[in-house]
Ligand binder design. Sequence first.
Ligand SMILES: *Cc1c(COP(=O)(O)O)cnc(C)c1O
Length: 554
Amino acid sequence: MQNRLKQKVAYFSMEIALENDIHTYSGGLGVLAGDTIRSCADLKLPLVGVSLASKKGYFRQELTPEGKQIEHEDPWNPSKFMQLLPEEVTVQIQAREVHVKAWLYNLVSQTGGVVPVYFLDTDVEGNSGEDREITSFLYGGDERYRLKQEIILGIGGVRMLEKVGIEIRKYHLNEGHSSFLALELLLRKGMDLAKVRDSCIFTTHTPVEAGHDKFSYDLVKEVLGDAVPMDILKNLGGNEQLNMTLLALNLSNYVNGVAKRHRDSSRTMFPGYEIHAITNGIHAYTWTCESFRRLYDKYLPGWANEPNLLVRVDVVPAEEIWQAHREAKKRLIDYVNTAANSRMDCDALTIGFARRATEYKRANLLFSDAEKLKKINRKSPVQIIFAGKAHPRDYSGKRLIEQIFSYIERLKDEVKIVYLENYDMNTAAMLVAGVDVWLNTPLPPQEASGTSGMKAAHNGVINFSVLDGWWIEGWMEGTTGWSIGPHPEEHVTLEERNKREIDDLYNKLEYIIAPTFYTKRDEWVKTMRNSIGKIAYYFNSHRMMRRYVTEAYF
Ligand SMILES: *Cc1c(COP(=O)(O)O)cnc(C)c1O
């Protein structure tokens, strides 16, 4: 047992969000990875993280008055946050030896637990100019660039952990980006598939086809070489192209999706594989705002490292819940009014919608009938805050932002709406705590889990969402929030779905949400309380990690 505890789980992720100013994340996947590391540190789990340094970041978003997205480099300085290790490993890329170094960040918890995270960096003396850039941009460049990054992450990561002397008993592949680590293990274990599988755990994160990396075998041969014979590689990664998800599926003994519904759609996508479900969670302390932290500390001491205690939220007086919310809301509204030169009102029903700007998230659904929105607003004021980045090559995502901007302009004399620039961890934290209602309108079944709604619930903010991802598991109509559109068990045409979603969106807003907010404060606070006691108590990363430990790691 002693020996087993010395051996660690290695958690590999292309992006990890440790702090707002460490720009090694783009969105949900990275924030989840950060929350995973934070919970492991709190719980003192023997785990280490591996990622890329991404020293020029993902990108900083600037939006023109028309809503055109301009992307800027978003550099950060690793030496401000972490320590460059003396160890160096090499990885062969295009038959060159590429040198890889690592920055060590020790995440220290209030409990005294420590999780080391290694950020791999090819910006090393001795590398060619081109190779020095491999770990510069998160999700930047072309296919070849991405392939090189994934080789550094997977193969370089395994070698670096060995070099720094950490004994690994399990490798957790957070998404298929790190699947090459399993190939490296295969070579080390004498091509014994069973042994590799016994070491690997794979979490898949998206049912969207484009989210699964695929590389042509010509490219793979050129960049990676042929240390692993082509016939074996094709057996594991697919005949036509190297599919990184397939590679991970074939080389892992434990595979899971990130919500129950996502497990089901993954099983359909990849028939013949046993796929489990561990529904995502978020790090309770990180995503709870100051005023609610104080409230929980007062009435539910110990909640931060035992978020299940939030189930007892009934001991907190309603008036104090409302006051804690008012404080978070004021902070957000002050920020928005300054940052976006707006005149939002702390007493008005405030709706938040912030997430990656990409087509399936349908940020524009709320504008399906702009006249209706105006009418609702005349009866009882609503104000809306948007935020989100589109991937630099997601052109329809960028158009979506411009579309929202044109609605903002069209409605500007009647409905107060803003779009905040450069969505990041800090703006996310402010938004999920400061709005009254958290809106989510993905096109099912494309939202694997979603996590921002869980963050909202930790701050007593109420979810109003399409039944997809985690919300299917968190939703109780009128008790924990409200649904939009049909239940996944109803099989409806796209047209019928759309109609019912738009009906729910406007009708619930007009006849349930706004009247409750403005005239039935007791009922409103009861629903806020249920967000905490019936959602947050469960949808946290402490619960999630305990499940990984008992079901996947051991
Ligand atoms: C939580 C978070 C996300 C993920 O939100 P979803 O609801 O899963 O889309 C994305 N970006 C940032 C900055 C976040 O904090």
